[in-house]
Design a protein around this ligand. Structure first.
Ligand SMILES: C[S@@+](CC[C@H](N)C(=O)[O-])C[C@H]1O[C@@H](n2cnc3c(N)ncnc32)[C@H](O)[C@@H]1O
Length: 306
């Protein structure tokens, strides 16, 4: 199939896959993998996710599902998704959801696509929660809710999840609604960094975690990122460190004694951020690597009361 929309009479030109002149998903999988090679390094994965989404298959149903016949409604959805992907839109936005740790999050162009390295950062925050017996946590710049909602899902703590972007918070709210009872422990708040929080929380937060924007203003990004993801989620001043420095300098007054700040950043920003944390009065600051072995996060602890 060179390009354009399908209808079932077109796709069955040649020997039909089904007795009634319809085709099975298996034929479209081969076609999609072939077409998506122009925009993706892993067209097989893109094709699989698009077919799973169009057909409504769970991942475990995919292989058996390939022999099912395609319905008209599913093929319209498949065609739309293939067209969007061929125009360079990231797969995650095309299929509308992405997995993050144990959650399946709704994502669209209003939010940054949650990244595997951020799963590691959420894990570092959870390790801090366990180590200090945290009960109150804030995820600042929550976007889709990836970090904050994962924490609330995995640990019985109260979570404040904030963002400057109303649009991002709408996505986080949809993802929160899908969590059922866990949602009663999560509060979403709009505002710039700590301004989103009520003043009663000052000195009360046991863990503050953030994956803030950390790309420099002139730093080049792949077009799949630069053309599609929200710029407010990416750029943070000439060195990309403006938001990191603000968070490091203001976190101590919001943290409880012995509380932890967990920040994601670029590998080349980690030693500067560790130094900034020690200069801001944190008693310990350690750099952690991500899933690819690159330095990716700083965890800083506030002094415990004597
Ligand atoms: C790199 S994205 C991270 C999103 C999400 N936490 C994640 O890890 O996938 C940064 C987020 O910070 C938000 N943000 C940018 N400036 C902000 C500010 N001044 N105050 C609060 N949030 C801000 C953006 O809207 C975006 O959702």
């Amino acid at each position: 199939m060179p390009s354009g929309k399908h209808n079932l009479s077109q796709v069955t030109e040649g020997p039909p896959d089904g007795d009634d002149g319809t085709i099975a998903w298996r034929s479209l999988l081969a076609e999609a993998t072939d077409r998506l090679a122009s925009v993706s390094e892993r067209p097989d994965i893109d094709a699989r996710r698009i077919i799973e989404t169009a057909a409504g298959f769970e991942p475990a149903e995919f292989l058996a599902g390939l022999d099912q016949l395609v319905t008209n409604r599913a093929i319209a959805s498949y065609d739309q998704m293939i067209d969007r992907r061929l125009q360079g839109e990231p797969l995650q936005y095309v299929v509308g959801s992405w997995s993050f740790r144990y959650l399946d999050l709704m994502v669209d162009r209003r939010v940054l696509i949650p990244r595997p390295e951020t799963e590691v950062v959420a894990g570092l925050a959870i390790a801090e929660i366990d180590a200090i017996g945290a009960t109150k946590v804030a995820d600042l710049g929550t976007g889709s809710g990836a970090i904050g909602l994962s924490i609330a899902h995995e640990r019985e703590v109260e979570v404040w999840a904030t963002d400057l972007s109303q649009e991002a918070l709408a996505v986080a709210r949809a993802n929160l609604a899908a969590l059922g009872r866990v949602a009663t422990r999560v509060t979403l708040a709009e505002g710039s960094w700590f301004e989103a929080l009520p003043s009663e929380l000052m000195g009360q937060l046991d863990v503050i975690v953030s994956n803030p924007p950390y790309v420099g203003d002139d730093e080049e990004l792949p077009s799949e990122v630069a053309d599609w993801e929200p710029v407010t989620a990416l750029r943070a001043g000439p060195q990309g460190t403006d938001d990191l420095h603000l968070l490091i300098s203001q976190a101590p007054e919001w943290l409880s004694a012995g509380g932890s700040l967990v920040l994601e950043m670029a590998p080349w920003q980690t030693s500067d951020a560790r130094d900034a944390a020690l200069a801001a009065g944190f008693v310990a600051a350690e750099v952690f690597a991500d899933n690819t072995g690159r330095d990716r996060a700083v965890v800083a602890r506030k002094r415990s009361e004597a």
